[in-house]
Design a protein around this ligand. Sequence first.
Ligand code: PEP
Length: 262
Amino acid sequence: DLHSFPTRRSSDLRTSLMAGNWKMNKTVEEAAGMVKALKAAVANVSDVEILVCPAFTALYAVNNEIKGSNINLGAQNLFWEAKGAFTGEISPAMIKEAGCSYVIIGHSERRQYFSETDETVNKRVKAAFANGLIPVVCVGETLEEREKDITFKVIETQIRGGLAGLSPEEASSAVIAYEPVWAIGTGKTATPDQAQQVHAFIRKLYREIYADAAGKVRILYGGSVNPKNVSDLMKQPDIDGGLVGGASLEADSFAQLVKYSK
Ligand code: PEP
């Protein structure tokens, strides 16, 4: 039974995480300007962890702006090799040095447009941990898969494949983002109940694989999160934060999400 074990969020167990995925938006100047405004808007927030994930080109400049603030930095991808003849790729050490502590892995857009598989997701996840980066691993079903009633099966395959072979510490510190593909950038949010159902399933599955880490792993919801729907989503016991695209691009709306995400 999906609801058979109580996982009500407690702040000492799991700190909420609000993450902005800027995707392929913002030049260096735009990114630095946005984060400067964001820094001021969230300066007094201490109970929610804040993360922004700009494009590679803006990481260094954004890091300079957020030094000493409560905003964390993440990249949107990495390549698993340390260095060498991989034209166009970015290594874990490169993003780490640019100031990142997190990295998004296996976003549905990367799976859809750039042929990411659970196997390549797993290589990236391991490379992230090996370099002291926390991966935010994205999973989620397409509309077709939901309509065929294979959502749980799809999610299980993605979790078992993408997060295979972690140590107990890694399994605890990993972040999972449940992002139904049909809800990304569409304005069609999963209902709080729909999201909670899958989050509870993920945590139950995680308990099977990684035992006690299931109580610690943070599971974010992503898919058209906005200032209006954020608090109902965050009330769900297994939703520990958000991975946000569109509404993370402006300092005002992202700051609202941060403040309503307890
Ligand atoms: C995302 O890309 O992770 C996402 C959830 O996008 P949006 O919030 O725009 O739906």
